[in-house]
Design a protein around this ligand. Sequence first.
Ligand code: GTR
Length: 431
Amino acid sequence: MKMTRTRICLFYPLLGLTSILNAQPKGYNYDESRVPEYTLPAPLVTQDGKKVKDAKTWEEIRRPELLKLFEEHVYGKSPERPKTMYFKVLEKTTKALAGKALRKQVSIFLGPEKKGPTMDLLLYLPAKAKGPVPVFIAPNFGGNHTIQNDKAIKLTSSWVRGRKHGAETSENRAYEAGRGVSRSRWPVEMIVGRGYGLATIYYGDIDPDYHDGFKNGIHPLFYQEGQTKPQPDEWGSIGAWAWGLSRGLDYLEKDSDVDATKVIVMGHSRLGKTALWTGATDERFAIVISNNSGCGGAALSRRRFGETVKRINTSFPHWFCDNYKKYNDKEGDCPVDQHQLAALMAPRPLYIASAEEDRWADPHGEFLSAKHAAPVYELLGAGTLPTKTHPAIDKPVHGRIGYHIRSGKHNVTAFDWKAYLDFADKHLPKK
Ligand code: GTR
């Protein structure tokens, strides 16, 4: 699949001019005419060169091959679910949001026998629900208490982003002043009003987001005798956060207020990359949503538009597995690209969303991943992405693959959530 600059240029003018005016890190390419020529690895050709012509070959041969390649070269292998897991209900169902929602909080011990880090899951459910409901699960950046101005939400005792790294000082503890600071990204009333639950976990409870050589967080719990850091093909932080989301689903499966066959994983930015890897590794998730996930998420790496593999591996050396660093400035040598990650969601509904001014994340590269994953959906008879060209700004397109490019910046807004709820309604109809 050879892509040329000329072909891609045809789509790009739709993205509008306003983005040109926005500040982006310097020294990176934001000019579509300078996107290098590249050849995308084919989702539907096996490693030994055979064309995949039926669902069985996809499911039994090609999908496992691709998953393994992403494990070995991009995100690293993650361990199995611990044999014994322990959930502690901190708070039983209580009325919240002026009676519109029910709230629960549960501690999930991530290691066996109550060892290792503990992750707190906050769950809001529609108060009027008559039975188990579909639930969105999405990780948060600042602690569960940042998503709502709700005094009852437990503060995290894990490292908190933006605070001092390293030593365990009181400065690193979560703080009251953070309560509700991210609420614009979490329209809980709208979500429960539409009949869905919302579960969130704080990503720092699983693995703090700074590079300490993997001494803290969940990784050490799984080291072999004498091991001090993950092997080059073992999980980094994104792998750990994704693994934590699967542990969140392990809890949701046990909660009789939740329809665990209808759990939707959603994430923004680095947590959008995480949501995609979660959906790829754990097929229990019914729908996967990537919001502005960019490089190492939905955006095609070979385009080198905005953030590059080298830059991401340099700024965030802990996010991916060490093998991924081999592809710094050598994206074309990587056996996979991100459209194949998107294809790993098939036949489940997948939503990729971009923001017009988020050029660092390469909105067009995010769209192209959706487009080049579509043939796998079509082969499986699962539907498709119902457009070949980049949709207009603020005009969501909802097939089995959904896509929108929202006006504005790198963020999660009510517009995004409304589109996700509409998409979920389409694919998970209420009885
Ligand atoms: C940026 C990073 C992006 C994106 C974002 C975020 O600094 O370059 O890949 O993930 O952070 O997660 O907020």
